[in-house]
Design a protein around this ligand. Sequence first.
Ligand code: NAD
Length: 275
Amino acid sequence: TEVPNVRLNNGVEIPQLGFGVYQIEPEETVEAVSHALRTGYRHIDTAQMYRNEKEVGQAIAESGIDRADIFVTTKLANDKHDFDAALAAFDQSLADLRLDRVDLFLIHWPLPTVGDGNYVETWKALERIYTDGRARSIGVSNFQPHHLRKLHADAGIRPAVNQIELHPYLTQDELRAFDADHEIATEAWSPIAQGAVLSDPTILELARTYGKTPAQVVLRWHLQLGNIVFPKSVTPGRVRENFDIFDFEISTGDLGLISALNKSERIGPDPDTFD
Ligand code: NAD
């Protein structure tokens, strides 16, 4: 299977389909990531707050796959926003992941309640890391347009991606358009809404039409919209299923039917209040 790449605004290529490890227990992570790599996934999305970077690092080291062939993302913990704390936390991530650089490092949440535009200072630490060559690209997560405008006003380096909650019940049309207008790639977290969209009658009907599973239909919808996705599962059959989405094409009309399921309904926190 050839997973297409998305070219980021600095020329770095990221596989459009990856494997997310949020809520995978450390004891389960080596096996889960190893299985994903055996299945063909070459993009792993972790975070300091997931507490499984060490196990991700172990699975990568033991895989025997060339480091250059695996795209690794991690994210700054919410309690490490201060400049020096961010640099130290990043050092710890590299040590835990057993890497000398990551492919993408993100500010996990804007935390606007911590202080007005505090993330602009945090971004300076990410710029330093990028300039030092220890992250091939840097970006943000859970940023709204007003956060991005504030960041852009001060940033020397523009974020390459914005990772946001995005699925058929929260299609984020405005934010996706804002990202696109500013050459920011959109990554969709909880791409299948942690399973909530899989029993939707429209999705079930389309799954029958295309002879694929509900998860495959929803993930394919993301890819055709241009979103980068990394569904999570610890069940080997589902990990394979979520990777097997390159042998069919959803029609433009059916893409529209899925997008019309939008209810602007979050399953996760609101970035404007979450601290
Ligand atoms: P997801 O939408 O990927 O759903 C995962 C859940 O869906 C699984 O636990 C399982 O119960 C079910 N599932 C998975 N594949 C299935 C299949 N084929 N059939 C039926 N059920 C299936 O949700 P997620 O884990 O929240 O999001 C994916 C990744 O996004 C995370 O692992 C993490 O890397 C990232 N994420 C980032 C943020 C952020 O704030 N930046 C927040 C949440 C998640």
